[in-house]
Design a protein around this ligand. Structure first.
Ligand SMILES: Cc1cc2nc3c(=O)[nH]c(=O)nc-3n(C[C@H](O)[C@H](O)[C@H](O)COP(=O)(O)OP(=O)(O)OC[C@H]3O[C@@H](n4cnc5c(N)ncnc54)[C@H](O)[C@@H]3O)c2cc1C
Length: 391
């Protein structure tokens, strides 16, 4: 079985590795001249780390990661702890894999390092995908035509493949921007920060956690906004973020005062689709289901997509590809659509104005903590990524 994967983001790399594990010969095509991931943190919930383990990469990623023992929800103004959720050994015991927090560049390097260099075409922009009953073909800006039995379009939130397959629909602005920065541990050592905290306030929230074995603090401030570009590299003045969190707990302001480069990212989503596949071509990751990041699940969902896709293609011959892609989408679409909706609800919940609704939310979070210990994000952690055909 020959596959072409378009896009070497987290989704495309995971798909490449998973398809190779299922016995496919894969060509990974990426427009950028080299593998890159922007310098910022990413959280890997156990549904992502289970897939990393299956790909044989969990130990390598874990060696670079932060290993949080708990998540603390805090009130914006006085820093009171609303509740705390277990994230250490308890999560591993319940979900079969750890909760990790990593620098994106570290994760990307491990994934890219596992793809044989001969399978990768960098600096290659895909400008068209077509297919017939026998095969699928990808056309590049350089005028080449690459042929395979299937094409996986993991080309991200601005996916051109999605447009070619399902017509024009735009990325939707979520009404929020994320300010992102990394701060060296020694610069915030005096602040007595909780290990991993989510501070909730009216119209905004603030998150920080440790990456790169605790050497760097990853900082994300999310604020309501009227418009913003979806760009990983747009910069903001540090003062802009400070102004947005005026009056917050001194520890939050202390972190913000010490951030250097701050990136400003307009958070966008994609409307859920009713299918991701046409014949021998399918979407995967953000091209299929970009979501707001308030449950830290976008990349995790791409990892699970990759695992399930590999499972559905194992021991399938080329004629069976369209049916196999149908099975993949049936196993994934409803589950991911639920996570997309849950993530949007979490954002609205985090940003409630002070008052009775916010107090009811806090009581709910505390009750959940007392009940199962894992918190509102855990709904997707146990989802089915199993090797059905193998078992
Ligand atoms: C602020 C923020 C915080 C987040 N935090 C988390 C988190 O903690 N945990 C989590 O699980 N998720 C998180 N996410 C979501 C996660 O970042 C995304 O879901 C994930 O990176 C998507 O990966 P992807 O491979 O689908 O797309 P992308 O990373 O966008 O990759 C697409 C790739 O395709 C390439 N490409 C595009 N078009 C073409 C073409 N025509 N030809 C060739 N190549 C092409 C691009 O160059 C790119 O390399 C967060 C998102 C945001 C915005």
């Amino acid at each position: 079985m020959r596959a072409i994967v378009v896009g070497a983001g987290i989704g495309g790399l995971a798909a490449t590795l998973s398809l190779r594990r299922a016995g496919c010969e894969v060509t990974l095509v990426e427009q950028a001249p080299r593998f890159t991931e922007i310098g910022a943190g990413i959280q890997l919930a156990p549904n992502a780390t289970r897939v990393l383990r299956r790909l044989g990469l969990l130990d390598e990623v874990a060696a670079q990661a932060g290993h949080p023992s708990r998540l603390s929800f805090r009130t914006w103004s006085d820093g009171n702890e609303i509740c705390r959720y277990a994230l250490g050994r308890e999560v591993e015991d319940a979900f079969g894999a750890p909760y990790l927090q990593v620098h994106r560049a570290d994760l990307h390097q491990v994934l890219a390092g596992a793809v044989p260099p001969g399978s990768v075409r960098l600096n290659t922009l895909v400008v068209g995908i077509e297919q017939d009953e026998e095969s699928a073909r990808v056309t590049t800006a350089g005028g080449e035509c690459l042929e395979a039995d299937l094409v996986v379009a993991a080309d991200g939130i601005r996916s051109a493949a999605r447009r070619w397959m399902f017509g024009a629909d735009e990325a939707l602005f979520s009404g929020t921007v994320a300010y992102r920065a990394l701060v060296r541990a020694d610069e915030v050592a005096d602040l007595d920060l909780p290990e991993y905290a989510l501070w909730l306030g009216p119209g905004r929230h603030f998150v920080h956690y440790w990456v790169r074995r605790g050497e760097l603090l990853n900082v994300v401030g999310v604020v309501g906004a009227e418009t913003a570009r979806e760009s990983w590299t747009a910069r903001a003045e540090p003062e802009e973020q400070l102004r947005a969190f005026d009056g917050w707990d001194p520890r939050v302001l202390g972190v913000l005062e010490r951030t250097g480069t701050v990136l400003r990212y307009g958070i966008h989503t994609r409307a859920p689709l009713t299918r991701w596949n046409v014949g021998r071509v399918t979407l995967l990751g953000d091209s299929a289901h970009a979501m707001v990041p308030f449950q830290a699940q976008g990349a995790a969902q791409a990892f699970v997509d990759a695992a399930v896709l590999g499972d559905c293609l194992r021991e399938v011959d080329p004629a069976g590809v369209p049916d196999a892609l149908g099975r993949y989408v049936r196993r994934r679409l409803a589950a991911v659509t639920k996570v997309q909706a849950g993530s949007a609800r979490a954002g609205a919940d985090y940003h409630l104005p002070d008052g009775p609704e916010a107090r009811a939310r806090d009581a709910r979070l505390a009750a959940q903590a007392a009940e199962n210990g894992f918190g509102p994000h855990a709904a997707a952690w146990g989802e089915d990524d199993s090797d059905e055909q193998a078992s």
